[in-house]
Design a protein around this ligand. Structure first.
Ligand code: 5AD
Ligand code: SF4
Length: 478
């Protein structure tokens, strides 16, 4: 077994964390202070991008900008982009055309591109097509106030420098679009893996971990402001590492998880994303020790075939992956596992595709994000391999995986009928104000009729009465 109850040298109590330099800013309120400037931001892609938009909102609020949901009303329009798949780029291009119409009507309006597409498309969109005034990469957000100032003077501005140090640790995110109950906390940035299909190491740079003091301070502040769940975010959380420069103390992901779990037993802790090559038993035992660390692991396997995994440069093979899922089943029998799958990667044969179907069946994922391979410029795969699987074959294989996973998700959910779960109420269900929705520790969404006296942020016991492949339908226990 591993040591429990770690403390952070230099931080004796959680109270000290509260005195850290991270101050909580109340989630956004539309302000109508005359003369104050407004920004409108749209975010695409992964949770990390949404979390980054909250850092941007904080930096902008320090220089007098407040958020608006109405782009017609704004002085600054920002689009936080994703470039993980080609489709994401097409979406951004369409949005830029819409903003361009607005820009022509309102010459003072500044339009900027943030995030992963910044580096690759800066020349095209800024210089050639003149669609935007600003292009700012994920490590340059502190420079935004300067860049906006120059853009207002009519200059086109770019900062896409990547950093080895920037973690925005001292910046307290302004929570955008929040339900007031669940929040993201970025614990690291960038990625040092070189999965051959993936553009992230190029767009987000080298991996760096945020200091645990600031993570704890942010979690504590969120709890004190009524939040009841934090999601720790990183491209590969299992490789989180931080060495205290003063004491030499080493903090790994399991230690960080335990520290955050100790903020309060009523604060749920989730995390994403885990990597099969790095997910350790120490993390699993830490999860087992704490009721408030949710029993759910997002573990992208990508493929079920060892040769394809090798070409993807995932640095694990199928038996390794199975052995990691078996460790989860052994140490955390109640946990659910979800995954990411890519179909039609370069040279994938029909037989190898069958291996993906068979690992999906074997693993019994509660759900999965499924994609067909789309070649990204600059990646290892784009340089080394021909994108040789015809699009109709990629899509047919994807549909086969989706069909199988949908059936498995339904089976998984139907097995919960009759069980009672502790559910954190997050708000009204999307379909009806008469129902609440929330999730159980396994990250399954439950919808159930409201009862008087209960509110978002409360924990309730809900018994499952029915299930679809996406949702459990239940009733609160008397
Ligand atoms: N093509 C298809 N899917 C991809 N992903 C990442 N890059 C690509 C690509 N080039 C998927 C992976 C990853 C998820 C976030 O997106 O499954 O885990
Ligand atoms: Fe991309 Fe692989 Fe890093 Fe995930 S672990 S962000 S798939 S390079």
């Amino acid at each position: 077994m591993y040591d429990s109850n770690p403390t952070l040298e230099g931080l004796k109590t959680i109270d000290e964390a509260k005195q850290g330099n991270v101050l909580f800013k109340e989630h956004w309120q539309e302000s109508s202070v005359p003369g104050e400037k407004k920004f409108y931001i749209e975010s695409y892609g992964c949770q990390m991008n949404f979390s980054d938009s909250e850092i941007v909102a904080s930096i902008l609020s320090d220089v007098g900008y407040s958020p608006t949901r109405n782009m017609e009303d704004s002085d600054l329009i920002l689009i936080n982009t994703c470039s993980i798949r080609e489709k994401a780029e097409e979406t951004v291009r369409k949005r830029l055309r819409v903003f361009d119409v607005l820009k022509k009507q309102r010459p003072g309006l500044v339009v900027g591109i943030l995030g992963c597409m910044a580096e690759r498309l800066k020349k095209k969109w800024l210089e050639e097509e003149k669609l935007v005034d600003l292009v700012v990469g994920p490590d340059a957000y502190r420079d935004l106030p300067n860049l906006i100032g120059s853009a207002e003077d009519g200059h086109r501005m770019v900062n896409v420098l990547l950093s080895r140090e920037e973690t925005y640790a001292d910046i307290s995110p302004v929570r955008l679009e929040t339900n007031g109950i669940t929040a993201f906390i970025s614990i690291m940035r960038g990625c040092d893996n070189m999965c051959s299909f993936c553009v992230v190491p190029f767009t987000r740079g080298r991996e760096r971990s945020r200091d645990p003091f600031s993570v704890l301070a942010e979690a504590t502040n969120l709890f004190e402001n009524g939040y009841r769940e934090v999601m720790l975010l990183g491209q590969n959380v299992d490789s989180y590492k931080w060495d205290n420069p003063e004491t030499g103390q080493h903090v790994d992901f399991a230690d960080l998880l335990e520290l955050v779990a100790q903020v309060h037993p009523s604060l749920r802790v989730r995390f994403s994303t885990s990597h099969p090559k790095d997910m350790s038993d120490k993390v699993l035992y830490t999860m087992a020790r704490h009721h408030n660390i949710c029993k759910y692991i997002h573990l992208p396997v990508q493929s079920g075939n060892s040769r394809v995994l090798d070409m993807m440069n995932r640095t694990y093979d199928r038996p390794w992956c199975e052995q990691r899922i078996e460790a989860i089943r052994r140490i955390l029998p109640e946990a659910t596992v979800s995954s990411d799958i890519i179909t039609g990667f370069c040279t994938e044969t029909e037989e190898e595709h069958q291996d993906t179907l068979s690992i999906v069946e074997w693993a019994n994922f509660s759900m999965a994000y499924m994609f067909y391979y789309s070649e990204r410029p600059g990646t290892l795969a784009a340089r080394k391999y021909a994108d040789d699987i015809p699009e109709d074959v990629k899509k047919r294989r994807l549909n086969e995986v989706i069909r199988l996973q949908t059936a498995i998700s339904l089976r998984h959910n139907q097995a919960d009928i009759g069980k009672t779960f502790e559910v954190l109420i997050e708000g009204n269900s999307r379909k009806s104000d008469a129902d609440f929705c929330g999730r159980n520790t396994q990250n399954k969404v439950l919808v159930f009729p409201k009862k008087p006296g209960l509110k978002p942020g409360d924990y309730v016991q809900v018994t499952v009465k029915d299930a679809t492949s996406a949702t459990l339908l239940g009733e609160i226990e008397a």
